[in-house]
Design a protein around this ligand. Structure first.
Ligand SMILES: Nc1ncnc2c1ncn2[C@@H]1O[C@H](COP(=O)(O)OP(=O)(O)OP(=O)(O)O)[C@@H](O)[C@H]1O
Ligand SMILES: O=P(O)(O)OC[C@H]1O[C@H](OP(=O)(O)OP(=O)(O)O)[C@H](O)[C@@H]1O
Ligand SMILES: [Mg+2]
Length: 293
C-alpha cells in the first residue's frame, strides 16, 4: 500500500539561477506556492482531494539528485550536469525543462601549449565536477591530479593551483575574463525534472510531469495561422508540418485555404518569411499559454 501519509515532495533549488526559473515553471503549471522567509517547505494545494499534500522542498541544487536517490523527495528540479556529477543509481530524468542550458568544458590558458586532451597527462585539473572530470580523463587515458573545489574555479590557474580547469560555460565571458580557452567540451546540459526509478506515488508524479511538459512545450512553440492558395498548400504544409499535423480549412474565397500549425519559436521568423515567399497572406503568430498534446 503506497505511503500516502507522507507529503509528495518536489525538490527545487533554494537559491541561485535555477531557483526563480523553477518557481515560475511550477506556477505556470498550476503548482502555486509562497516560500515563508527561509522555510524548508512550502505547501501546494493537492491535485485531487484524495491525494496527499504536495510540499515544495527548498534544497541546494547540487543536493537534489542525491536526496531524490535517497527517497527524501519524489521529484526534483536540478541541472543534468549535477545529476551526472552525483552519479547515483536510483534516479532517472523524466523531462527536459528547456532552460538552464550550459556546457561542461575542459579549459586551459589561452597561451597554453596544450592541444589535445592527452597533453593534460600529469597536469592538475581544478573543478567542482570531480566525478565527471575523472571519467573524462579516464576515457582519454590521461592520468591527472584533480583539485576538487566548490566554486570560483576559473581563478585557480592564476592562483597556481591548477594547469587546467573543468567548469560550466554558458556565454564564455568568464573564460574570456580569465584569458582561458576551451580545449574540449565534455557535454551539454540543461535543467531537468528527475524522479526516483521506483515512484512512491506514480499517478501524482505523472500528473505533475504532464503539467510541466505542457508548459515546456508551450514555451518552445508558437501558433502560426495563415491563408494560402490551393496551388501552394502542399509547399506551405511542408514549411509548417506542425507538432503532429497542421489544421487546414477551406476558405469562403474559392481556391484558398486557412492553415494553423505549431511552429518552434526559434524558427518562426524564418518560417513566416518562407510562407510569404510562397504567397501566403494574413500570417498571424499567437503565443501558446499552455497545452496538452
Ligand atoms: N552559467 C552558469 N553557471 C552555473 N550554472 C549554470 C549556468 N548556466 C546554467 N547553469 C545551471 O545552473 C546550475 C547551478 O545552479 P546553482 O543554483 O547551483 O548555482 P548558481 O546559480 O551558479 O548559484 P551559486 O553558484 O551562486 O550557488 C548548474 O548546475 C547548471 O545546471
Ligand atoms: O560562460 P559564462 O556565461 O561566463 O558562465 C559560466 C560561469 O558561470 C558560473 O559561475 P557563477 O556565475 O555561477 O558563479 P560561481 O562560480 O560562484 O558559481 C560557472 O561556474 C562559470 O564560472
Ligand atoms: Mg554558480
Amino acid at each position: 500500500m503506497p505511503d500516502t501519509a507522507t507529503p509528495f515532495r518536489i525538490g527545487v533549488p533554494s537559491k541561485g539561477r535555477l531557483s526563480e526559473l523553477a518557481e515560475k515553471l511550477l506556477n505556470e503549471a498550476g503548482l502555486k506556492y509562497r516560500r515563508q522567509n527561509r522555510a524548508l517547505f512550502a505547501r501546494v494545494k493537492p491535485l485531487a482531494d484524495a491525494d496527499p499534500p504536495i510540499d515544495i522542498t527548498f534544497l541546494r541544487t547540487d543536493d537534489i539528485p542525491v536526496l531524490c536517490d535517497e527517497g527524501a523527495i519524489d521529484l526534483g528540479i536540478t541541472g543534468s550536469d549535477l545529476v551526472a556529477e552525483a552519479d547515483v543509481a536510483n534516479i532517472e530524468t523524466r523531462l527536459s525543462l528547456g532552460m538552464g542550458g550550459c556546457r561542461l568544458a575542459v579549459c586551459v590558458p589561452e597561451s597554453s601549449p596544450v592541444v589535445t586532451p592527452k597533453d593534460l597527462a600529469g597536469d592538475r585539473v581544478a573543478t567542482s565536477f570531480p566525478t565527471v572530470t575523472r571519467n573524462y580523463l579516464n576515457e582519454h587515458g590521461v592520468t591527472g591530479h584533480v583539485v576538487e573545489l566548490s566554486g570560483s574555479v576559473e581563478v585557480m590557474i592564476a592562483l597556481g593551483v591548477a594547469d587546467a580547469i573543468v567548469d560550466l560555460v554558458e556565454t564564455g565571458s568568464t573564460l574570456a575574463a580569465n584569458k582561458l580557452r576551451i580545449l574540449d567540451t565534455i557535454g551539454s546540459y540543461e535543467t531537468v525534472l528527475i524522479q526516483r526509478k521506483r515512484q512512491r506515488l506514480p499517478k501524482i508524479a505523472d500528473r505533475i510531469a504532464r503539467r510541466l511538459e505542457g508548459v515546456v512545450i508551450a514555451r518552445a512553440y508558437t501558433l502560426l495561422e495563415y491563408n494560402v492558395p490551393e496551388a501552394k498548400l502542399a509547399a506551405a504544409e511542408a514549411v509548417t508540418p506542425g507538432f503532429n499535423s497542421p489544421t487546414v480549412n477551406k476558405l469562403e474565397q474559392s481556391g484558398w485555404f486557412a492553415v494553423r500549425a505549431m511552429v518552434k519559436r526559434s524558427e518562426v521568423i524564418g518560417v513566416m518569411e518562407r510562407l510569404e515567399e510562397l504567397g501566403a497572406h494574413a500570417i498571424l503568430e499567437t503565443a501558446i499559454q499552455n497545452c496538452r498534446l
